[in-house]
Design a protein around this ligand. Structure first.
Ligand code: FPP
Length: 252
């Protein structure tokens, strides 16, 4: 088995995905396997967030988008919701000096108004403090779901049309993309889901139209840099055709 250094040497640094999205699944099962509380799994999951952020930044990924809390996660037991909300704010506050040192810009996607004030204040502070950073953009999806996002975009476009600011017949795919939470960002090149499930769970449905999907059984707290490197190597071995033929892609 190759070492991390050997795996990194196999990654073509000129073809690193610009945007990597991740579904961080498996914290609960990781904790259960060890007889720990689910919150302990989320706590360990934060170490993986730290690791993948640093690795993404070092390898040259420009956007890393993490599904931290979905709209549907509000339906989890109250104590788990409270733990997650607290941990996310706490982790961002703790990580802020290192994020700044690594020139990482924090961006939030989701219905942030639903996040409890104490966590929201920490998150808002991290967003404003890193606004000048020009390295990796770390997108944290919080109280986010793709259907929520698309519905919001539809509402905004309808309001603009009603106000005479948007001609319905002039709406293009670019207009829709420009009203999503990811406006101005490239679509994910690679979507990684840990934890063994092979589904999308209401995540970036519009944006992943042509993303490469990578599923691994590894639980999120166990997702090491070696696993991440494996995903990047796998991604680089794929042919992205965007609906064209192999011959057309080769000719380009
Ligand atoms: C899914 O595992 C994980 C979550 C719902 C939360 C993930 C959040 C973190 C790792 C913290 C993120 C922090 C920052 C700062 C971005 P699960 O609980 O569904 O696991 P299971 O499927 O094994 O039950």
């Amino acid at each position: 088995m190759e070492s991390l250094e050997e795996k990194i040497s196999l990654i073509d640094k000129t073809r690193v995905p610009c945007h990597v999205a991740m579904i961080m699944d498996g914290n609960g099962r990781w904790a259960k396997k060890r007889g720990l509380a689910r919150g302990d799994g989320h706590m360990e999951g934060i170490s993986t967030v730290h690791r993948v952020t640093k690795f993404s930044s070092d390898i040259g990924v420009k956007y890393l988008t993490l599904y931290a809390f979905s709209t549907e996660n509000w339906n989890r037991p109250d104590d788990e919701v409270a733990t997650l909300m607290y941990l996310i704010g706490w982790a961002i506050e703790r990580e802020l000096p290192e994020l700044l040192a690594n020139n990482v810009r924090i961006h939030l996607l989701g219905d942030i108004g639903r996040v409890p004030a104490a966590s929201r204040e920490r998150l808002d502070y991290a967003v404003s403090s890193t606004a000048h950073c020009t390295g990796l953009q770390l997108n944290i999806c919080l109280s986010y779901s793709s259907r929520w996002e698309i519905t919001e975009a539809a509402r905004r476009m309808a309001r603009e049309a009603a106000a005479g600011k948007l001609d319905p017949d002039a709406i293009t795919e670019q207009t829709v993309a420009g009203h999503l939470a990811t406006a101005g960002m490239p679509d994910p090149d690679l979507l990684i889901r840990t934890g063994g499930e092979e589904r999308i769970s209401n995540y970036l449905l519009w944006q992943i139209a042509y993303s490469e999907l990578y599923f691994t059984d590894v639980l999120w707290p166990d997702f090491t840099n070696e696993e991440y490197a494996d995903a990047l190597i796998d991604y680089q071995g794929r042919e992205r055709r965007y609906g064209k033929t192999s011959e057309q892609v080769a000719a380009e």
